[in-house]
Design a protein around this ligand. Structure first.
Ligand code: FES
Length: 160
């Protein structure tokens, strides 16, 4: 398997981000660089983390630490549609477990898995800051709150 490398477009976006910081603070662009890389591949491989580290002039472990700390970064390939189900306290009290069970019934997959056709991945995440609308999930960039079986059905239909 050949190593993944960032495209010229991604490299130029990262250079632009680097321009926002002093020369001795290139590490500050690590989150932006990870975001740009993830937009390109949907996930961030170790090769890409090394490439980002080289670009920023920092040890690869610093990129890895950030990539593994935040749940928005994917460390393995994911589906075209990413469903993030919050299972923190408010959502848990309002049925996030049932939401995950229902999603499994409908898609055949649980947290950390991707459908065999590569369309959908499900992820269990910490609070997404929409506790008032619990139980909730994020599908791609969109939040869906006060989930019910019916609303999940229509959300999944919308991904078809
Ligand atoms: S607990 Fe689920 S959004 Fe905060």
């Amino acid at each position: 398997m050949t190593a993944m490398t960032l495209s010229a477009g991604a490299l130029s976006q990262i250079e632009k981000e680097l321009g926002k910081y002093p020369a001795d603070r290139r590490q500050s662009a690590v989150m932006a660089a990870l975001r740009i890389a993830q937009q390109e591949f949907r996930w961030v491989s170790k090769d890409i983390m090394q490439e980002i580290a080289d670009l920023l002039g920092i040890p690869a472990i610093h990129v890895y630490e950030v990539a593994t700390f935040y749940s928005m970064y994917e460390l393995k390939d994911v589906g075209i549609h990413k469903i993030c189900v919050c299972s923190n306290i408010s959502c848990q009290l309002r049925g996030s477990k049932e939401i995950l069970d229902y999603l499994k019934e409908k898609t055949g997959i649980g947290p950390g898995e991707t459908t065999p056709d590569g369309r959908i991945s499900i992820k269990e995440v910490e609070c997404l800051g929409a506790c008032g609308g619990a139980p909730m999930m994020q599908v791609n960039k969109e939040y869906h709150e006060n989930l019910t079986a019916d609303s999940i059905d229509s959300i999944l239909d919308g991904l078809a």
